[in-house]
Design a protein around this ligand. Sequence first.
Ligand code: UD1
Length: 418
Amino acid sequence: MGKYIVKNGQKIEGTLDIRGAKNSILPIIAGSILNENISIIHNVADISDVHIMIKILESVGCKIKYENGTLVVDSSNIVSCDINEEYVNKMRSSIIVMGAMIGRLDYMKIGHPGGCKIGKRPIDLHLEGLRKLGVEITESEGFIHCNKKELKGSTIVLDFPSVGATENIMLASVKANGITKIINPAKEPEIEDLANFLNKMGAKISGAGTNLIKIEGVKKLNKVEHTVIPDRIAIGTYMVASAMTGGKLEVKNVIHSHMDPVYKVFSCCGCDIKYLDNKVILLPTRKIKSMELVKTLPYPGFPTDMQSQIMALMSISDGETIFNETIFENRFMHVKELIKMGANIEIIDKNTCLVKGVEKLYGNNVVSSDLRGGASLVLAGLVAEGETEISNIYHIERGYEKFEYVLRSLGANIKKEL
Ligand code: UD1
């Protein structure tokens, strides 16, 4: 399963070059099923979720090459309509292939993703959206069966701007007959990246990143080449590492507008940030200030994927901060592990907790229970007196490319043990 051993005392500083966003890459790889042609995708992070997505595409007949961060997918020959449930169990977001597969084939079958640790994560909005496009969906014995005669453009109103549902509907409607409108879609930068990728292969999508996405169905798609946007969550995570340890960090290849909701939080807690063209420099921070409230919201609000890392930061701040998690109902699993390290955190209700900054954290044996929560424990380990052992690091490796290697190259005393 693997564990990280972290010792405190080093500043996280230097220059960081970041790879493409996990949450862009996964739907983009799924989207490459649609064009019956070649997709060349650059800036693809070498993380385990990407490898699972590659396996899914290979299992339905795609030919794939992945070298030096570039993925080449040949989807000309799809031979299976069945997504093995093993993959869905390993990676819940594999549900994102549903829209692309039914956009391409008349029938597809996928295992039901069920719940996951950070919340119930239903897929009702995905299914409702696809039904509106004309997909007949039945569920039996844990499988979802999608059948279509014809996909017809439709107007779909999302009750909540779900990232995955927006992506599945976009993918399925690219080749539908007529115009699809998604009202109240997710506006995350990864949605725009997916739309840009699909448009480069010949789709007609406008409005991604706004409250209304319009997709005019097309008959044929082409070969495509695309570079994935930088990972705003990975950048934010390394910035927290640097802020906690008082280091100076320069991050290259940043899209500032994507980072704004995260920058705002760094500024509020006393971090000094310099913005250059496509670079950001976090200057050494002496004292981390507490904040009144950190509330997670859909983009452009503060991302739920940064909640646990900022909580690690606030655990050594000069005062009290309330965290309100509004996206997922079980996203405080890191709290009891941070408490084991000396953090003063009180869970007020299942969505709210109060963090009172302490002078010092202490190394301990802690367990990573999800991707971002696991990362927050490593961050705490960088400043905790003594040695911190973080187990179940496969969660962390799902989303951070060579996490311990990158941290080590920035000065951390961290090693991985199998
Ligand atoms: C994506 C991201 C994840 C991020 C999240 C929110 C990927 C691979 N993952 O997850 O990292 O934390 O967005 O920014 O891109 N919901 C429903 N019904 C649905 C769909 C969602 O009730 O049909 C609820 C979920 O249970 C959750 C909330 O909506 O409470 C947000 O989910 P959603 O935006 O869909 O997140 P994901 O696409 O799963």
